[in-house]
Design a protein around this ligand. Structure first.
Ligand code: DGP
Length: 114
């Protein structure tokens, strides 16, 4: 039985995803269960389980993921604003153990989150 996460299967092309951006370091694709009119996930190709498992040498990659979220927001015409969310661990609401950023926009978002 494969112990690959669903995101690793997307990286490996084993299951489809609605890609909006990709480069040598990361992919961005639409969330299967969108919580806003635009809901895109930005994930590194490298298998990192969560933010808490990143190391000092991952800082450039983390910066790149945030930059890609910004660029995808512009590509999706989110001029009115958007939110970038990174859930970490069980109490943070992280379900898939592969580091990912959520880019949410296209409606008025409220605060605090649930
Ligand atoms: P999190 O709870 O932060 O781990 O977010 C995981 C997100 O992944 C959640 O919003 C739903 C999304 N998701 C789960 N399975 C799939 C899938 O197979 N395809 C896509 N595109 N998104 C998925």
């Amino acid at each position: 039985m494969s112990d690959k996460t669903i995101f690793k299967k997307i990286i490996d092309g084993e299951i489809p995803a609605d890609l909006v951006y990709e480069d040598e370091l990361c992919l961005a694709f639409r969330d299967v269960s969108p919580q806003a009119p635009t809901h895109v996930l930005v994930i590194p190709r490298q298998e990192i389980r969560s933010l808490s498992e990143t190391r000092a040498e991952d800082v450039p990659l983390l910066g790149h993921l945030v930059k890609v979220a910004r660029d995808v927001a512009a590509q999706c015409n989110l001029e009115e604003g958007y939110r970038v969310v990174l859930n970490c661990g069980p109490q943070g609401g992280q379900e898939i153990p592969h580091l990912h950023l959520h880019l949410l926009g296209g409606r008025q978002l409220t605060w605090p989150p649930g």
